[in-house]
Design a protein around this ligand. Structure first.
Ligand SMILES: NC(=O)c1ccc[n+]([C@@H]2O[C@H](COP(=O)([O-])OP(=O)(O)OC[C@H]3O[C@@H](n4cnc5c(N)ncnc54)[C@H](O)[C@@H]3O)[C@@H](O)[C@H]2O)c1
Length: 344
């Protein structure tokens, strides 16, 4: 009897899987523009929105009609983002928040709720990298990497998920990295923190689905190196001199992909997309092949590791207002966003 029940379960599972696969294949042919939800009227919180990818996401979300709130430790960066978004006609508020400090996260969350409203799109984007060999990395920097890249996700989600649960509506986005799927020398703490961010997203999604919250979505974004944000400046600039088989990604392309993933309620986005297949192959091929491939992908994640990276310091006095020395890049990006996207 129990054999028949098990066989029935397996057949049921296979049939359901087949239906789901066919449905997904069918949906894949529908152009994404027909599947995109509107974010107009949403309140979107972008952590680390004082520069880099966070600023580009803020500009795009505001341009689509969302009210954007930026959290960062870099006060000048926040001011710059708020100014850029407002200049492009969007609504944006900024708060200094140190994501390493759980109490500060909870305090700023309360202020945000009372001054702006309930967050319906939470983008955990802030991140830092140390770029030293594991044994050369001071304990405090390892802790800080874990706090910003992983633990902060726990505290922000704890602060904003209850309101999403009340309405069964919301979206939680984790900006992780390809380093959340593969190990890279000199990025041991960074990789560990990003693997954790990937696991956080998946387990949280499973829990929300199991509890019946079918309108609270989670998305994890895993990009390869990005040009011009500053985080991996030394490794990225080296790619411009030395040809390698994979060039760093444009920050605009990554930002556009993140917005599409949010608007289509995609579960994950791996950039570049063909890495999705390569990541699956990781578990099939012998380790020596995988290691050879990974070494070709990133020979040295921090060629100038003797110089501490800007992003590892959470003292905002030490941050520059913009990663672009001419200050022109972000203005050009702002113009590009405002002319290429329209509010729905
Ligand atoms: N740059 C890349 O090559 C790359 C590749 C893959 C994934 N990512 C991920 O994308 C995200 C954005 O990266 P980016 O390239 O825009 O980096 P970035 O350094 O330009 O921006 C990170 C932002 O986080 C803020 N921040 C740092 N510590 C903070 C703290 N304690 N509290 C509040 N804010 C803090 C910084 O001030 C900065 O504005 C990160 O999570 C990063 O790990 C980046």
């Amino acid at each position: 009897m129990s054999f028949l029940r098990s066989a029935g379960d397996i057949i049921g599972f296979l049939l359901l899987s087949l239906v789901t696969i066919i449905e997904s294949m069918f949906k894949a042919f529908i152009p994404k523009r027909y599947k995109m939800k509107s974010v107009a009227g949403d309140i979107a919180l972008v952590t680390g929105g004082g520069g880099g990818l966070g600023r580009l996401l803020s500009l795009r979300l505001a341009n689509l009609g969302a009210t954007v709130v930026v959290w960062d430790i870099n006060e000048n960066g926040i001011d710059e983002t708020v100014k850029l978004v407002r200049a492009a006609g969007g609504t944006c508020y900024g708060y200094v928040c140190n994501l390493c400090n759980r109490e500060d996260v909870y305090k700023k969350a309360e202020i945000l709720k009372s001054e702006v409203g309930q967050v319906s799109i939470l983008i955990n984007n802030a991140g830092i990298a140390t770029g030293k060999k594991f044994m050369d990395t001071p304990d405090e920097l390892i802790s800080k990497t874990m706090e910003v890249n992983t633990m902060a996700h726990f505290w922000t989600v704890k602060a904003f998920l209850p309101a999403m649960m009340e309405k069964n509506k919301g979206h939680i986005v984790s900006i992780a990295s390809l380093a959340g799927h593969i190990g890279v020398p000199k990025l041991v703490d960074y990789c560990a923190s990003k693997f954790a961010a990937v696991g956080f997203d998946e387990a949280l999604r499973m829990e929300l689905e199991a509890d019946g919250y079918n309108k609270i979505y989670t998305t994890v974004i895993c990009p390869y190196f990005i040009r011009a944000t500053g985080m991996f400046e030394d490794v990225v600039s080296r790619y411009n001199i030395e040809f390698r088989f994979l060039l760093p990604l444009s920050p605009n392309v990554v930002a556009d992909r993140v917005i599409t993933a949010i608007r289509c309620n995609e579960k994950f986005a791996i950039l570049p997309g063909y890495f999705q297949g390569l990541l699956a192959a990781k578990w099939i091929f012998p380790w020596s092949c995988v290691a050879m491939f990974l070494r070709g992908l990133v020979r040295d994640a921090s060629p100038e590791h003797d110089q501490p990276k800007k992003a590892t310091d959470n003292n905002h006095q030490e941050f520059e207002p913009s990663k672009d020395p001419n200050g022109v890049l972000h203005q050009q990006l702002a113009r590009r966003v405002s002319s290429s996207e329209r509010k729905p």
